[in-house]
Every structure is written in structure tokens, then in C-alpha cells.
Design a protein around this ligand. Structure first.
Ligand code: CO
Length: 201
């Protein structure tokens, strides 16, 4: 485990390295942000968005929660969508799920906790809506992988139906929505076919 003092020391070393490479680096970032991508992903420590995409500070606007849900009643997620789309005018929204997702596993294992949990309950409902398809998959890991995909597609749809996307398009921002799945076991991102409007599948 990394001690807290180590983290602070690593931060100082990192800031020094960035300044050594470009003395204007932090001054430029301080002038403002103009990211082209909004990333909605899982909080899982193995899926750090900037690292796995090799994108620098300033390039990704990020929202993360357990199992990358986009719920209409989630004020935090909706505020991020609104700010990214209406203030920053970000043209691309990426919803990224991942293999080995604990939230997905909890919903599939039918733990009573998942039913009682106001957050995981949404995944249990999603699972129930796709019960027939999931039951037809014999291999548990494949079943989990499929629910990860179905969840991404559901959240892509939720983004597409959000007021923020409607308003951004009305303002003339061409918003496209992308569904991706990150493979914990190989470090690769895979695109799901969901159409520019996130309305298909
Ligand atoms: Co996860």
C-alpha cells in the first residue's frame, strides 16, 4: 500500500517533471478547459480514465460512480451532463463499462443487499428485464460480460434521452454518444454499436 506521504511526494515529483518538460504547462491549464470528451465510467480503481486512454489533464471531463449509471434522478450525474454539454459544449459522451464490475456481479449474484441498495437496485431491474437472454448464457463470466454491455447500452440510451442532450442539440452542438467496454484483463477498450444518438440496440 502506498503511504499518504508517498502520494504527496509523488505529486511533487510529477509536477516538477511536467514543468521541466514545459514551463507553461500549468499556466496554460489554469487559463481554462476545453475538453472534447465527457467520460462516464465506473469508480473501479482499475479503470482510471485518463490513464487507460492516454489522455492528458484537460482532455477528459469525467463522471464516475458505481457501475457507470446515468439516472435521470441523479442530480450529480445530470449536473455533470449539463455542464459538459451546455457550458463546455463537449461533442462526445463516452459511457464506459468494464469487465469484472463489482456492481454488475452483485446484481447477478442476486444478493439481497443488491435488492435493498437504492443504487444497485437499478442493475437488478436491468438484469430482470433481460432475464431470458442472460439465462441462456451458460458461462457465468460471459453472462456478466453481457450484462456489462446491456448496462452500457441502457446508460447510452439514458444519456440520449436526457434534457441536457436535447438542449445541447437545440443549441447546435452535435452531440454523439458512445458505448465502450474496458477489458480489465487485457487493458483494451471495445466499442459497442449504439448509433450516434444512442437510441438503437
Ligand atoms: Co465497476
Amino acid at each position: 500500500m502506498t503511504a499518504l506521504a508517498d502520494i504527496l511526494a509523488r505529486n511533487r515529483a510529477w509536477a516538477e517533471r511536467m514543468l521541466a518538460a514545459d514551463p507553461e504547462y500549468f499556466r496554460a491549464l489554469a487559463r481554462g478547459q476545453a475538453p472534447q470528451f465527457l467520460w462516464i465510467g465506473c469508480s473501479d480503481s482499475r479503470v482510471p480514465p485518463n490513464q487507460i486512454t492516454d489522455l492528458a489533464p484537460g482532455e477528459l471531463f469525467v463522471h464516475r460512480n458505481i457501475a457507470n449509471l446515468v439516472l435521470p434522478a441523479d442530480a450529480s450525474c445530470q449536473a455533470v451532463l449539463r455542464f459538459a454539454l451546455l457550458e463546455l459544449r463537449v461533442p462526445h459522451v463516452i459511457v464506459c463499462g468494464h469487465t469484472g464490475c463489482g456492481g454488475i456481479a452483485a446484481a447477478l449474484e442476486d444478493l439481497s443487499d443488491a435488492h435493498a441498495d437504492p443504487w444497485l437496485r437499478h442493475l437488478v431491474e436491468l438484469r430482470d428485464r433481460h432475464a431470458a437472454e442472460l439465462a441462456a448464457i451458460a458461462e457465468p463470466a460471459e453472462r456478466a460480460r453481457r450484462l456489462v454491455e446491456l448496462n452500457v447500452l441502457e446508460q447510452v440510451r439514458n444519456v440520449g434521452e436526457s434534457a441536457a442532450v436535447r438542449e445541447a442539440r437545440a443549441m447546435g452542438t452535435p452531440v454523439s454518444i458512445h458505448g465502450w467496454v474496458y477489458g480489465i484483463e487485457d487493458g483494451l477498450l471495445r466499442e459497442l454499436a449504439c448509433g450516434a444518438n444512442g437510441a438503437t440496440i
